[in-house]
Design a protein around this ligand. Structure first.
Ligand code: PLP
Length: 348
């Protein structure tokens, strides 16, 4: 399949904006090229425009992920990459994309923003891909397919054989969203990038890396598709302060590893504690940092927890998730506090 045929013609032709930092990025004594304020009182370079291609961050990510910088795009959260994929491939009022609910809500919002039809092919009752129905839903206007694994809000990983079948047969761009991959026992799909030019993988530093506030999402894809993403993005899409904070975190991965270990053991503990509560009908297996819980009177319980100043996520109106609440794994103390309050509420 030639994925380039899916790109909107005006995007292929687009001449990207060339910023001052694109045209000169080496060392010099005097920078009078970008109309910046010359004063740097705090000595932190906040008066200067940041690196548009975030080379320092990509160099660290190369080491951690084992993927070349030229196969990486960095965005203002994964949400930016999702938005740009619509801009590159989808024509308003004409193209369509496929999503598999229950899943991450942003795919649907992004398709609505771009006036692109969102064709929903629900997961099976076991929360797995319905490959036959996905392939049946494809027509000549289909451009993108969003697959989220581990999936949000269900927490499970999608079966490898189903994803492989889709990669082999689906004629559009396949986007695998791995926001929760660090919590998973399954391997990332990034090793398959070489095999599939129509594959885009999304990861984020918002979850396991503890940097939701820094807004840093990663898209991995073939080098030409990465060039298109860079062409379409805002020139300075990752701020200087974010680049600094993220670089420090990536250079100190032992903090991330330590926290990840705690979150995973807390997930197991929380799962057992929830299963011991009589109103809990089911705690779904999770490969992520949250648990989907089927429970009697979910909505009511959600409200009562808010009165106790504990906020979880009500997913009971989501298809296939009747009576379900989504609970993020917190610190040991937070999880104990939640369990104690649940026990009290469910006795009354
Ligand atoms: C949280 C989440 C993201 C992260 O989005 P950012 O914009 O990177 O913070 C992406 N995909 C899924 C499925 C998520 O749950």
């Amino acid at each position: 399949m030639n994925w380039k045929k899916l790109v909107l013609p005006h995007i292929l032709k687009l001449q990207a904006y060339s910023s001052a930092r694109d045209e000169f990025s080496g060392d010099a004594k005097v920078f009078l090229d970008a109309n910046e304020n010359p004063f740097d009182e705090e000595q932190n370079n906040w008066n200067r425009y940041p690196d548009p291609l975030q080379k320092n961050l990509k160099a660290e990510l190369e080491k951690i992920k084992g993927i070349a910088a030229e196969n990486m795009f960095l965005g203002n959260g994964s949400d930016e990459a999702i938005d740009l994929l619509f801009r590159i491939f989808c024509k308003a009022g004409e193209s369509n994309v496929i999503t598999c609910p229950p899943t991450y809500g942003m795919y649907k919002v992004s398709s609505a923003i771009h006036n692109v039809e969102n064709v929903e092919v629900p997961l099976t009752p076991e929360f797995q891909l319905d490959v036959k129905n996905i392939l049946d839903a494809v027509n000549e206007s289909t451009k993108l397919l969003f697959i989220c694994t581990p999936n949000n809000p269900t927490g499970n990983s999608l079966r490898k054989d189903s994803i492989l079948e889709i990669l082999e047969t689906y004629p559009g761009i396949v986007i695998i969203d791995e926001a929760y991959i660090d919590f998973s026992k399954e391997e990332s799909w990034i090793k398959e990038l070489d095999q599939y030019p129509n594959l885009v993988i999304l990861q984020t530093l918002s979850k396991a890396w503890g940097l939701a506030s820094a807004r840093l999402g990663i898209a991995y894809a073939n080098t030409e598709l990465i060039k298109l993403l860079n062409k379409v993005k805002a020139p300075y899409n990752i701020s200087g302060p974010s680049q600094k904070v993220v670089l420090e975190a990536l250079q100190n991965p032992e903090i991330f590893k330590k926290q990840l270990k705690i979150i995973l053991s807390e997930r197991d503990r929380l799962q057992v504690a929830l299963q011991d509560i009589p109103s809990v009908k089911k705690v779904y297996e999770s490969d992520a940092n949250f648990l989907l819980v089927k429970i009697n009177q979910a909505k009511d319980l959600y409200q009562k927890l808010i009165e106790k100043e504990i906020v979880i996520r009500d997913r009971s109106n989501v298809q296939l998730c009747d009576d379900c609440l989504r609970i993020t794994v917190g610190t040991e103390e937070e999880n104990k506090h939640l369990i104690k309050n649940l026990q009290l509420l469910l006795i009354d």
